[in-house]
Design a protein around this ligand. Sequence first.
Ligand code: GFB
Length: 312
Amino acid sequence: MDKSTKIYIAGHAGMAGSAIQRRLAAAGFTNFITRTRAELDLTNQAAVDEFFAAETPEVVYLAAGKVGGIKANNNFRAEFIYENLMIEANVIHSAWKHGVQRLLFLGSSCIYPRDCAQPIREDYLLSGPLEQTNEPYAVAKILGVKLCESYYRQYGAQFISVMPSNLYGPNDSYDLENCHVLPALIRKAHEAKVGGTPELIVWGSGNPRREFLYVEDMADACVHLMDSDIDHGLYNVGMGDDLPIRELAELVMDVVGYDGKIVYEQNQPDGTPRKLLNIDRLKSLGWLAKTQLRDGIVLTYQDFLSRLDRHS
Ligand code: GFB
């Protein structure tokens, strides 16, 4: 792909979108189009269409959306389904209408059935019922996959879908009520260490298993896919390995340097028991994740500390 290709990154301020922009910039791309939420409301169809007509991007990375951890997904069900489906429908349709050459849509591993065989292959999509805590978000993300597939099958649009496992890394949210488990544990362990608190609260039983992917690796996979000669399809991206939440908590505590006692808050939801992705499809295109979980947590904790410094 030409380094002057005009690239629109929807969601450039978020954890995933900002990592994609950094990765593209490192690869020598320079011609980015970005809009803040205040400048362009992606749930507004007319505004999105006007934007595409005026800017005519050649390539689109669709990393915008309403995201959050298990509790946010469960509590704000209407916002999660409405905002995500509107953003996807508007951006994907306008991208096709205004001649975008290639588009990458970012989803999530929660699109797959709750109790499907592990590791999860791409063709298990729609083979069973979804996990209840995030069903609205998952349905919206499935819609994105099906939009890309439909515009490819009817019009030949080169729209690709990428489903990462649980992401973590720089620029994450640390809002304890609404964020994902890994940033939550970093913040809780850090505050417990600094405050001399003897216990660390972990939601649920600690038994669910999760696969974590460092966001810079996810961005690398996206750029790799967009640079390959595939023109459509659904691709899982993950480490190929998972661990129980109780082991994750121990690992985070070790990195942070806190050795208190873990207390499980059993009235909080566990969510899906396991969602390990099969990554053979992406592997066959010559891509593998580079960042081991411990190394990624060390880097993420450094990012957390640097933001504390900036805000204090
Ligand atoms: O990361 P998380 O919120 O989302 O939670 P999901 C993962 C697991 O960690 C659950 C447990 O079993 C939580 O109960 N957990 C333990 C905690 N302590 C905490 C804590 O302090 N905060 C949080 N947040 N969890 C989300 C989906 O599912 O994953 C989204 O809701 C999306 O749709 C995202 O797919 C990647 O992995 O359960």
